[in-house]
Design a binder for this molecule. Structure first.
Ligand code: NDP
Length: 520
C-alpha cells in the first residue's frame, strides 16, 4: 500500500494547517511490517490554540442549533464515515496492527455510538421540573447546556471506537471538538476529521490536532471547557495537572486490570471461551480485556484444560489471523517484562510465554500458579495473556477481584447468584455470563473507579457529561411573607424553630413529613 502524506489545508475545516518547511513530521508505522503508512505534521501549542479558537467560533453556531438540526448534521457525518468504512478499516488495521475484521467491527461500534448519541441527546438533556420543597411558590427546573469546546485525547488501541465514545456524545450535546489522536494512530484521526469537514455544514465543529505527547499536553493546557482523556493512569495524572492551571474539568478513562470470576456452578465451557476472547481480542490491548481469572477449585482443572485447548486454536498474524501484531515495541516490552517476572516468581506457562515473542507478535499465553505479588496480577499487562488463579470459594474470588487499584470492567460466570456477585465487584462495569458486552450497549454508561478514572461516556450519563447542569428557581407567585429578605416579620425565629421541631424533631415528625411530602 502506498504511504499517505497528509495534505495541509488550513482553509478546509477539520484538517491540519499547512505544513511549513520547518514543520516537524510524524510517521505512522505498520507494526506488522515496520513500513511507514503515512506522515502527519507535529502541531505546536500555537496550532492547538488556533484550532481551539476556531472551535470556539464554531461552537456559537453549533450550540444554537436545535437537536433535530444537529441530529441531521451528525447523520450526514455518520453516513460519510459509513461510506468510507473500507478506508477507515484499512488505515486502522495498518496503523494499529489488528486484523481487518476487528477494524471493521470497531468502525461499526463507533458508528453505533454516534447514532445513539445523536438520536438520544434531546431526551437525555430535556429540562425537567423538580419539587421546590417548602418554597412551594417556586418553579424549580434543571436544564442542561453545552460546555463549549471539548478537547478529546485518545489512545491507539481502538483508534476510532474509543475516541468516538467521547466525540459523539460531546458533539450531540452541542459542543465542538478538538481531537488529539495517539501518535501511533494519527492517520485514523485525520481521516475522521476529513470526513467531518466534508459532511458537516459548519466549519471547525470537529478538528484534529496531530503530534506526540507535547501536542496532547498543549491541548490539556488550552482554553477548552473540558478535556476527555483516554489513556494510561500515568499520562492521565499529567493531563489533570495541566488542566488544573485553568481549572478545566476532566473526564478520565484510564486503564484496567479486569477480573473474571468463574464459580462452581458456572457453564465452564462458555466461561473458558469467553476468557480466551476477552483476554486475547485486539492482542489483549483493550482497557476492558480480561487480565485476571479467578476460578473455583471445583471446576478449575476443567476450565484450565478448555482454555489451553481454545488458545491453541488462536491464529496470530496473517490475513486470517484472530489477533494481529502488537501496536508498538514498547507495549511488547511491557508484556515481556510481566511474563519474565511471573516465570521468575514461580508461575507455570501452559501456552505461549516470554520465549514465544517474535518481533511485535506475541503468542497467546496461559499462566497458572500466579500470585498477587506478580506484575502480571498487579499492573495492566495490555497483552494476550491469561493468568488463572484457583480459589476455594466465591468469597475468596470476590475478595481477590477487588484487591486492585483499578476498577474498570469485570465479568462473572455463575449460576443463580451471578448478579449478586456482580454487584459486589468494585468496578464501573460487569458483564454477567459474558465479557465486554457493556461496551457495545450504547445506552449503558462506561467508565471506571479508582485508577481506572472517573466520569462516564456512553448512555445518557455520557451525554450529560458534556454539559453544564443549570438549576433555575423561578418564583411563580409571591407569598405575603418573603423569607428571602431582611424585612422579616417579628417572631420569624420562633416560627422557623417550630418548623424545625415539627419537621425534623421527635414525635410528630413522621406525620409532618408525610404531610409535607404529600403536599409538595
Ligand atoms: P497514553 O496515556 O500513553 O496516551 C494517551 C494519549 O495521551 C495519547 O494520545 C498520547 O499521545 C497523549 N499524551 C501523551 N503524553 C501526554 C501529555 N503529557 N499530555 C497530554 N496528552 C498526552 O495511553 P496509550 O495511548 O498508551 O493507551 C493505552 C492506555 O489507554 C491503556 O492504559 C488503556 O487501558 C487505556 N485505555 C482506556 C480506555 C477506557 O475507556 N478506560 C479505553 C482504551 C484505552 P501520544 O500517543 O502521541 O504520546
Amino acid at each position: 500500500m502506498a504511504t499517505t502524506q497528509v495534505p495541509g489545508n488550513g482553509k478546509q475545516s477539520g484538517t491540519t494547517p499547512p505544513p511549513s518547511a520547518q514543520r516537524e513530521q510524524l510517521a505512522s508505522h505498520d507494526p506488522a511490517t515496520g513500513e511507514v503508512v503515512g506522515t502527519v505534521p507535529v502541531m505546536t501549542a500555537d496550532d492547538v490554540d488556533a484550532a481551539v479558537a476556531r472551535a470556539r467560533t464554531a461552537a456559537a453556531t453549533w450550540s444554537a442549533m436545535s437537536y433535530g438540526e444537529r441530529e441531521a448534521e451528525l447523520a450526514r457525518f455518520r453516513a460519510g464515515l459509513a461510506e468510507a468504512c473500507d478506508d477507515l478499516a484499512e488505515v486502522i488495521a495498518r496503523e494499529n496492527g489488528k486484523p481487518r475484521v476487528d477494524a471493521m467491527t470497531e468502525v461499526y461500534m463507533a458508528l453505533s455510538h454516534l447514532s445513539h448519541a445523536a438520536r438520544r441527546a434531546e431526551k437525555a438533556l430535556k429540562s425537567h421540573r423538580v419539587s421546590p420543597g417548602l418554597l412551594a411558590n417556586y418553579r424549580a427546573t434543571i436544564s442542561y447546556h453545552p460546555l463549549g469546546v471539548v478537547g478529546v485525547i485518545g489512545p491507539w488501541n481502538y483508534p476510532i471506537f474509543t475516541p468516538m465514545g467521547s466525540i459523539a456524545y460531546a458533539l450531540a450535546a452541542g459542543n465542538t471538538v478538538v481531537f488529539k489522536p495517539s501518535e501511533l494512530t494519527p492517520l485514523t484521526g485525520v481521516k475522521i476529521a476529513e470526513i467531518a469537514a466534508r459532511t458537516l455544514s459548519i466549519p471547525d465543529v470537529f478538528q484534529v490536532v496531530t503530534g506526540a505527547g507535547a501536542t496532547g499536553a498543549a491541548l490539556a493546557r488550552a482554553a477548552v471547557d473540558k478535556i476527555a482523556f483516554t489513556g494510561s493512569a500515568g499520562t492521565g495524572k499529567k493531563v489533570m495537572q495541566a488542566a488544573a492551571e485553568r481549572l478545566t474539568p476532566v473526564l478520565m478513562e484510564l486503564g484496567g486490570k479486569d477480573p473474571m470470576i468463574v464459580t462452581d456452578d458456572a457453564d465452564v465451557d462458555k466461561a473458558a471461551e469467553a476468557a480466551v476472547f476477552g483476554a486475547l481480542t485486539n492482542s489483549g490491548q483493550a482497557c476492558i480485556s480480561v487480565e485476571r481469572v479467578y476460578v473455583h477449585e471445583a471446576v478449575y482443572d476443567r476450565f484450565v484444560a478448555k482454555v489451553v485447548d481454545e488458545v491453541r486454536a488462536v491464529k496470530v498474524g496473517g490475513d486470517d489471523g484472530n489477533i494481529g501484531a502488537m501496536t508498538s515495541p514498547a507495549q511488547v516490552d511491557i508484556v515481556r517484562d510481566h511474563l519474565t517476572d511471573a516465570v521468575a516468581r514461580g508461575a507455570k506457562v501452559l501456552a505461549g510465554g516470554p520465549d514465544a515473542i517474535s518481533g511485535n507478535f506475541i503468542q497467546p499465553t496461559v499462566l497458572v500458579d500466579v500470585t498477587a505479588d506478580m506484575k502480571v496480577m498487579k499492573d495492566e499487562t495490555f497483552g494476550p495473556v491469561i493468568p488463572i488463579v484457583k480459589v476455594a470459594s466465591t468469597e475468596d474470588a470476590v475478595r481477590a477481584a477487588n484487591e486492585t487499584t483499578f476498577g474498570l470492567g469485570s465479568s462473572v460466570f455463575a449460576g443463580k447468584k451471578a448478579k449478586d456477585i456482580a454487584d459486589r465487584i468494585r468496578a464501573g462495569m460487569t458483564a454477567v455470563n459474558s465479557v465486554m458486552a457493556f461496551s457495545a450497549i450504547t445506552s449503558l454508561p462506561f467508565g471506571g473507579v479508582g485508577e481506572s478514572g472517573f466520569g462516564r461516556i456512553h448512555g445518557d450519563e455520557g451525554i450529560r457529561e458534556f454539559t453544564r447542569t443549570k438549576a433555575t428557581a423561578e418564583e411563580s407567585f409571591a407569598l405575603p411573607v418573603n423569607l428571602l429578605s431582611f424585612k422579616l416579620p417579628k417572631g420569624t425565629y420562633e416560627r422557623i424553630r417550630g418548623l424545625i421541631k415539627q419537621l425534623y424533631g421527635d414525635g410528630a415528625v413522621a406525620r409532618a413529613q408525610d404531610f409535607l411530602r404529600r403536599v409538595f
